[in-house]
Design a protein around this ligand. Structure first.
Ligand code: FEO
Length: 398
């Protein structure tokens, strides 16, 4: 059923309370999600985006219950990823000549995923627009690499709605649709998790794009993303957050991440946390065993941190696979302006700390302090090295 957003604009998406992972299993979903599509019924009828493939038939049934599909004058595809374009094939089978407004890269992604079907693409660039009647128009804004090369946003004049697609979204189910109905803590936590795990690599582009959007001087009453809550109460609050997050964001936090075989490396991890909490009580410290933790939630904590301590025992002349895989994920996210120190136990060859240093350095972290490296179980002499490592992470003298 369509639900009113403002004026003649309605939401017609899918609220996905059952979803528990996204991008395969690469992004954990803790509070549901949604795929938001929008139906504009001015003199022209416009559909903005669709839903994910598994929900395509239900989406089309819902759409048909609201309007005669033949009445759709234009379809806007802000982004070709399957969670928004998943219903296009059965929809276009029913209305094959309907113009699809999208970027040149979206044509590539749609044809790449669904084949060349002879769809009536109208390729648009930033500043292009289309009249939709009643004195209103849609203006297109390319959002290249936010987060795909094909991404764009669509701005509706008259109602002053920015359909931002993935940008400003969250994987968060809000049955009432709007940000003022959402749990404020969960809303911002999920928005931050989305930014940290998906958008952070593109932060320099986020900063530029925000300046560009602000420079357009368009009044914005509503920001309607393609996932999660629609921002109608103080919609610019999320733009301000993005501007802050894009500038190598950090809080006064240190996060300790490790895995362990026989608890020696765990012992060092907790000693690091204990020393921080005792000697630097203004600093928040959190500890995660990465093999037992949600990697996306931990990555959100890394996003908030000014420094990390990373530990692994030596195994197979290297580090545990849980740590290696997680550091590779962290490298992809291109964090900036953060420090890292490393630690780990070993029985025989003891390469883990050297390898960890290389890995965090490749991930863009400034490696600081002497590593804490202990043979067999850490003894008092080994743990005596912890205060210096902690001081280096905090940026204080011992
Ligand atoms: Fe929500 Fe990039 O798809």
């Amino acid at each position: 059923m369509k639900r009113n957003i403002k004026g003649n604009v309605n939401w017609i998406g899918y609220i996905d309370w059952e979803l528990d992972s996204f991008h395969g299993d690469d992004y954990s979903i803790s509070n549901g999600s949604s795929q938001n599509a929008y139906l504009i019924e001015e003199e022209k009828t416009v559909l903005i985006d669709t839903v994910w493939l598994p929900h395509r038939f239900e989406f089309i049934e819902n759409l048909e219950a609201e309007i005669d599909l033949e009445k759709i004058d234009y379809i806007v595809v802000n982004h070709g990823e399957v969670d928004h374009s998943g219903a296009l094939v059965p929809l276009m089978d029913k209305i094959p000549n309907t113009p699809i407004y999208c970027t040149a890269n979206a044509v590539k992604s749609l044809e790449g995923q669904y084949g060349r079907r002879g769809w009536n693409f109208r390729v648009v660039k930033t500043g292009d627009s289309v009249d939709i009647g009643n004195g209103k128009k849609l203006i297109f804004i390319e959002m290249r690499m936010l987060h795909w090369p094909d991404s764009m946003a669509t701005y509706m004049t008259g109602e002053n709605i920015l359909f931002s697609n993935d940008a400003f979204g969250q994987h968060y189910a809000v049955e009432e649709l709007f940000n003022d109905k959402a749990d404020p803590f969960l809303l911002m936590r999920e928005a931050m998790k989305y930014y940290a795990n998906i958008l952070n690599p593109f932060s320099p582009l986020v900063s530029k794009k925000i300046q560009e959007i602000v420079g357009l001087n368009l009044p914005i009453d509503i920001i309607a993303p393609s996932h999660g809550a629609i921002w109608r109460d103080n919609p610019l609050q999320i733009v301000e957050k993005y501007a802050e997050w894009a500038k190598a964001y950090q809080e006064n936090q240190v996060t300790v991440v490790y895995d362990t075989m026989w608890d020696g490396t765990a012992k060092i991890a907790h000693e690091i946390a204990r020393k921080i909490s005792i000697h630097y009580s203004d600093t928040i410290v959190k500890v995660y065993n990465i093999s037992k933790s949600d990697k996306n939630e931990v990555m959100t904590e890394i996003f908030k941190s000014k420094a990390i301590a990373l530990g692994s025992p030596t195994v197979g002349n290297s580090v545990l696979s849980s740590v290696a895989g997680w550091v590779e994920f962290m490298r992809q996210l291109k964090f900036r302006n953060k420090k890292a120190a490393v630690f780990g136990c070993y029985g025989w060859s003891g390469e883990s700390v050297k390898i960890l240093k290389e890995k965090v350095s490749e991930a863009g972290f400034e490696v600081v302090g002497e590593s804490v490296r202990a043979q067999w179980n850490p003894n008092a002499d080994d743990l005596a090295a912890v205060p210096a490592l902690v001081a280096a992470l905090i940026g204080a003298s011992v």
